[in-house]
Design a protein around this ligand. Structure first.
Ligand SMILES: Nc1nc2c(ncn2[C@@H]2O[C@H](COP(=O)(O)OP(=O)(O)OP(=O)(O)O)[C@@H](O)[C@H]2O)c(=O)[nH]1
Ligand SMILES: [Mg+2]
Ligand SMILES: [Zn+2]
Length: 378
């Protein structure tokens, strides 16, 4: 998608109507038109709506050929890209963003009003990780003209609205701590659900293993390893696991996520000391209502790849995951669901439930089933 396009292009964009206005299922085209928030010229529509079937409501982007049949409310964005550059949003701050051009220069950019207007939610018009086309005004400033379609986004809910934390990542590294704050498998499972939903892979990092006897957490590590997730145990105080972490991050785009205080910024500093990220004293993060890391920012790894440090979340509100959808994100449930007596089994109170039977037989970990219940009931 990147690369400087010299040709002048016209892009038609269907203006998204009222946010509450949900279309009926079955009229996919109309649904996409109404839910569009960005635009794309290159991808065929079929590719953008493929995926998990009708449970996935993708806020996809759309573009229509010049002879397209969209209504009169359409906007036509006419970007003359001959004097534009392409780049990557390093960090988005309100209506501004820091963009790194493909040749490595940094620009402080504002966002063209139209880009905000066509976004479903202005706050998500430009997010960290976006690939953008921007017009440089001088060697330090520019204006973002266009945002490329996103893949691999990580979102969370915040006051019932979606907040896209970062876009275009390959994997999520879910960071937990063995202690202080105590290990909460339920929280790991929530992050796994949001990664599965965002269609990015996950690795699990359990930090601060210097504080415990590793034998204590072996059962939990075993559960995730058995599910096929890469689990790495680390300590920034004695460097346990740091080399392994480097190899898992090399040449990939990874977003770190996890509760505040587990040591995300400390881990990144251990991997690459010149990041010099602000970390917090324990008294700070546990007693004051503030996170040390304030916003997502992309950091380039010396040995190849990018990492994104994000602010920790005290409460992870899963964005837009409906209860019926949750079972699909507990990957080990899939093979047992066909044994449920009722096709619409919720795996909670029903009898003859394949999932519950698997829990009884030890084929699904009790811990995971409890997380599942907390997520669907919460
Ligand atoms: N004992 C021990 N303490 C650690 C380790 N890693 C980090 N810490 C401490 O944990 C505290 C929190 O670390 P941060 O790196 O700021 O945590 P964070 O996850 O970035 O927190 P937010 O930015 O608020 O989300 C700091 O006091 C660190 O010194 C570790 O491996 N062992
Ligand atoms: Mg931090
Ligand atoms: Zn069931």
């Amino acid at each position: 998608m990147s690369g400087n396009r010299k040709k002048k292009r016209k892009i038609r964009v269907a203006l998204r109507k009222n946010r509450q206005n949900r279309t009926r299922q079955g009229d996919l085209t109309r649904q996409i038109m109404q839910e569009s928030e960005e635009f794309s010229e290159d991808l065929p529509i079929a590719e953008r709506i493929s995926g998990k079937g009708d449970l996935t409501r993708r806020r996809t982007v759309i573009s229509v050929d010049d002879d397209g049949t969209t209504g009169s409310s359409d906007l036509v964005i006419d970007v003359d890209e001959s004097n534009c550059l392409t780049g990557r949003v390093i960090s988005a701050i309100g209506l501004n963003a820091i963009v790194q051009s493909d040749d490595g220069r940094r620009f402080e950019c504002t966002i063209r009003r139209l880009v905000r207007t066509i976004a479903r939610d202005e706050r998500n018009a430009v997010v960290a990780g976006d690939r953008v086309v921007f017009q440089p005004l001088n060697d330090k400033q520019g204006v973002i003209e266009r945002v490329d379609p996103r893949r691999g986004t990580i979102s969370r809910g915040s006051q019932r609205r979606e907040h896209i934390i970062v876009a275009n990542v390959d994997q999520v590294m879910i960071v937990a701590s063995a202690d202080d704050p105590p290990l909460k498998p339920n929280l790991i499972d929530r992050f796994l659900v949001s990664a599965e939903k965002g269609e990015v892979g996950s690795i699990i990092c359990i930090n601060k293993v210097d504080l415990i006897d590793p034998v204590m957490i072996q059962p939990i590590v075993g559960v995730y390893a058995a599910l096929g997730y890469e689990v790495v145990l680390t300590s920034t105080t004695n460097n346990t696991g740091i080399e392994r972490l480097r190899s898992l991050l090399r040449d990939r785009e990874t977003v770190l996520t996890g509760q505040s205080g587990v040591g995300k910024s400390s881990l990144l500093n251990a991997i690459q000391p010149n990041f010099d990220l602000k970390t917090s004293e324990i008294s700070d993060w546990s007693h004051k209502g503030r996170h040390t890391t304030r916003r997502a920012a992309l950091l380039e790894l010396d040995f190849g790849g990018w990492v994104v440090d994000t602010p920790g979340l005290r409460q992870l509100e899963l964005w837009d995951v409906i209860p019926e959808e949750v079972e699909a994100y507990f990957i080990e449930f899939r093979s047992f669901v066909p044994f449920c007596k009722y096709p619409d089994c919720t795996h909670t109170h029903e009898d003859h439930c394949g999932v519950k039977q698997a829990v009884e037989r030890g084929q699904i970990a009790q811990m995971r089933y409890e997380s599942f219940l907390r997520i669907v009931e919460g």
